[in-house]
Design a protein around this ligand. Structure first.
Ligand SMILES: [Cu+2]
Length: 159
């Protein structure tokens, strides 16, 4: 008899305690889970944003079937000074555009495989679209007499 009563009381107290603990544990768990969910969501958004950046940056425009490794940009900026191009090794997509920034003190231009840009005045920029130039590696120069010999030449890879 006495044992039974004690057992019942203990059981009741036990269940009460267990119930309370369970509720608190659930509440805390839910709270922690909520924080983790927010952190995970923010992290996931960050990761997907980065993935998009990587996808945009790594692709390098439309993949040329004839191309090969990566492909150049659709537009490439080149700086001309006396007497050099910067950069002197450039890579451009097929039918891409060269934008020449004349940062020098005299006129310069840009010629590759018979395609020639109009002469660019100092402080101005010129454009040359490489229409029909097949993928490959070519030498480009400045056609002003003496400039190529003085160093105004470089290598352009199309594709
Ligand atoms: Cu020049």
């Amino acid at each position: 008899m006495t044992d039974t009563t004690t057992t019942e009381v203990q059981t009741t107290q036990g269940s009460g305690r267990v119930g309370g603990t369970t509720f608190e544990t659930l509440a805390i768990s839910a709270f922690i889970f909520g924080i983790f969910a927010i952190v995970a969501a923010v992290f996931a958004i960050g990761m997907s944003a980065r993935a998009v950046e990587v996808a945009n940056g790594g692709g390098g425009g439309s993949k040329a079937t004839t191309g090969g490794g990566g492909g150049g940009a659709a537009e490439v900026q080149v700086k001309a000074t006396e007497f050099a191009f910067d950069p002197k090794d450039i890579k451009v997509a097929e039918n891409g555009k060269i934008i020449l920034d004349n940062a020098g003190a005299v006129q310069h231009d840009f010629q590759v495989e018979g395609l020639t840009m109009d002469m660019v005045d100092p402080g101005k920029t010129g454009e040359l679209v490489l229409t029909g130039l097949a993928p490959g590696e070519y030498t480009f120069i400045c056609t002003v007499p003496g400039h190529e010999a003085a160093g105004m030449k470089g290598t352009i890879t199309v594709g």
